[in-house]
Design a protein around this ligand. Sequence first.
Ligand SMILES: CC(=O)[C@@H](O)[C@H](O)COP(=O)(O)O
Ligand SMILES: NCC(=O)COP(=O)(O)O
Length: 245
Amino acid sequence: MSELFLGVNIDHIATLRNARGTNYPDPVYAATLAELAGADGITVHLREDRRHIVDRDIEILNETIQTRMNLEMAVTDEMLDIACRVKPTYVCLVPEKREEVTTEGGLDVAGQLEKITAAVRRLSEAGIKVSLFIDAERQQIDAALATGAPYIEIHTGHYANAQNEAEQGAELKRIAASAAYASDAGLKVNAGHGLHYHNVKPIAAIPEMHELNIGHAIIARAAFEGLEKAIRDMKRLMQDARQGI
Ligand SMILES: CC(=O)[C@@H](O)[C@H](O)COP(=O)(O)O
Ligand SMILES: NCC(=O)COP(=O)(O)O
């Protein structure tokens, strides 16, 4: 089975910093520590309201990240201009609602095909690899393919928020079937949102998964155990799942 990568999302280091208007804890420092602990990439979501990651973070991280930056952003002219100037390795296009506490679902690629295809083209022409954050639905996978984006990230929020085992099992099935369908069609398949230490293994065991992006649970655990241990423990769970342990 191919290797499974971990992208560590450091947004919530910035949430903590911004809560007091201080210059600490610094997400730049967190990214360096995350890489030393084995993160394969650093994910940051530059929200339109700048509630956590801010422009300064993106600029400095772009200079200091040793692995690769995965910039999550809404499909707006402002964000496209920033991405094309900064040129992160990856951009993941996500839906965004100003009033939401966190991302509530996948991007409706099928419903905005023209707009998203144009964004994918602009980013690709700037040398950026584009991923589309979508729900585990064939219609959205087909639309993602039509845009020319090489990657999708399957939204695992419904799986993470399932109210009982049956519901979670059904979500897992849907995600696994979608990963296989997308991979067969030639897309690289990532996943993320709401994954934590107790629900990550079944997702990590899906053979087509290329990378998992995990943030909130890792940063929360880091408050008690330190960032390095939090990342190493998550990677170990992912690797165990991959080996059927
Ligand atoms: C796009 C996505 O899946 C989110 O997980 C996001 O990256 C996390 O940021 P928020 O906590 O601001 O929703
Ligand atoms: N794209 C998902 C991500 O980056 C992290 O989401 P979460 O683990 O903070 O829910």
